[in-house]
Design a protein around this ligand. Structure first.
Ligand code: NAG
Ligand code: NAG
Ligand code: NAG
Ligand code: NAG
Ligand code: NAG
Ligand code: NAG
Length: 392
């Protein structure tokens, strides 16, 4: 071979090695290099935040959390960052077991564009003491949510595990275009308020291929949730996939463009639910909602619209809900109910539900057909041989 060509090839190889090193040195910030210790005891909050700061000010910066258990008391990862930022977790982030914490969130990402939080690692909320505490005390401060994604755009949460949160596991708030893929969420069936994923005031959120077993809603969508696409989620145990509760607060935004597709509910309290407070403090509109291709295994309330939501009888019977619900479709909802009433639609007298469609339902109870109970709803059952086939 021509020595010139050999020289050029060697030069190219040399350049690529150089580039790799520069890349390795400047882009990847390993938490241990910032003093983090994986002993499950040392508080690594500062080390994590310092690694984040360096990654955030580097275009394409990466924070790496290697295998091991890292105790983190509380951490806020704030932007804006220079470019795209990756937070890669192989290890476990362990929260405090203190039931009396005075913060709303354990880990927060705030004001970041093009963020990816990924890996096969775990957020361990260490929540058992908090559940017991709140269970025993009539009025206790709500303990912190595990992960808050706050004012974050064009981002991914991918492949992570969430276990035993003190409150919600993942809360997406004031964000736009966030994709949540292949997350696993696990907490005991009787742990209070441990919603899997809660979305509020956010647009264009996609949740695909999640496995959620918890003590409250698998996924809940609060006010201001728009264009939400949920697909291939396994839920159970838990309280199903819910819109609401709505109408509790004076200022609430509309909810619209919700699609829930190809999901399975196993032994859950509810399947598909919309709930609003009566009386309500605001009048948001819920519209254009589709639940499609849903499998039910022994679900207590497979389809439920409850406009008389008032937990622990705190509001009496003194008024109707002013939240409006319209254009909601239930298509291809199949399987078994744990009660005889598979469809329970109780709409507001002052704002009756409009355009509620049921298409190709097939829901049984102990091998018997189920029934549907409806009030104040403009409902339509389409398709032959569906069970239940009409409101009775
Ligand atoms: C996210 O998008 C919104 C709306 O487009 C914008 O106002 C906001 O500044 C963006 N936030 C970040 C962190 O880029
Ligand atoms: C991912 O994490 C889970 C649970 O922590 C573990 O069981 C599994 O082996 C891990 N997978 C890989 C490829 O490391
Ligand atoms: C939801 O995502 C699926 C899969 O990418 C896609 O086929 C579907 O069109 C999306 N639905 C909506 C309403 O965006
Ligand atoms: C439906 O969800 C299951 C997981 O529960 C997944 O294996 C399957 O690929 C999904 N099908 C479609 C068409 O998305
Ligand atoms: C459904 O959940 C029950 C208990 O909660 C469990 O025993 C059963 O294996 C689950 N079914 C499927 C198909 O995974
Ligand atoms: C549905 O079935 C239950 C149990 O048999 C019964 O109590 C209820 O009256 C029925 N509801 C309707 C609307 O038929």
């Amino acid at each position: 071979m021509d020595t010139k060509i050999v020289a050029i090839i060697l030069f190219i190889v040399f350049l690529s090695i150089l580039n790799f090193n520069v890349h390795g040195q400047t882009n990847n910030f390993i938490v241990n290099d910032f003093g983090a210790v994986a002993d499950g005891k040392t508080d690594n909050s500062k080390a994590f935040v310092n690694a984040w700061k360096r990654a955030c000010e580097t275009d394409g910066g990466i924070v790496s959390v290697p295998l091991g258990t890292y105790f983190v008391r509380e951490a806020d990862f704030e932007g804006p960052c220079i470019g795209q930022t990756l937070f890669h977790i192989d290890g476990t982030l362990l929260a405090s077991n203190d039931p009396m914490l005075d913060e709303d969130y354990w880990i927060t990402f705030y004001k970041v564009d093009r963020l990816t939080v990924s890996g096969n690692g775990t957020f361990d909320g260490n929540g058992a003491n908090s559940w017991a505490n709140c269970g025993g005390i009539a009025k206790c401060n709500l303990p912190p949510t595990t992960l808050k994604i706050n004012y974050v755009n064009n981002s991914y949460i991918q492949g992570l595990h969430f276990v035993n949160s003190k409150m919600f596991h993942l809360h997406i708030h004031e964000s736009d275009n966030v994709n949540v893929n292949y997350v696993h969420i696990l907490a005991p069936e009787d742990s209070p308020n441990t919603d899997g994923i809660h979305i509020g005031n956010s647009n264009d959120i996609k949740i695909f291929n999640a496995h959620i077993a918890t003590g409250d809603d698998c996924i809940s969508m609060g006010d201001g949730s728009t264009n939400i696409n949920i697909s291939s989620v396994w839920c159970g145990p838990g309280h199903g996939i819910s819109i609401g509760s709505l109408g509790k607060y004076k200022v609430e935004e509309d909810v619209s463009g919700i699609t829930v597709r190809n999901c399975t509910f196993n032994n859950t309290d509810n399947g598909l639910r919309i709930k609003t407070w009566a009386p309500s403090a605001s009048s948001p509109v819920v519209s254009d909602v589709a639940f499609v291709d849903i499998d039910l295994i022994n679900v207590r309330n497979p389809i439920i619209i409850d406009q008389y939501y008032c937990p622990s009888g705190s509001c009496g019977n003194e008024g109707e809900s002013s939240v409006e619900i319209k254009r909601v479709k239930f298509v291809d909802v199949k399987g078994s109910s744990a009660t005889e009433t598979a469809v329970d639609v109780q709409c507001s007298k002052s704002k009756p539900c409009q355009d509620i469609e049921f298409i190709d339902l097939d829901i049984g109870y102990n091998g018997q057909p189920t029934n549907a109970s409806c009030s104040n709803a403009d409902d339509l059952f389409r398709g032959s041989d569906q069970v239940p086939s009409r409101c009775s």
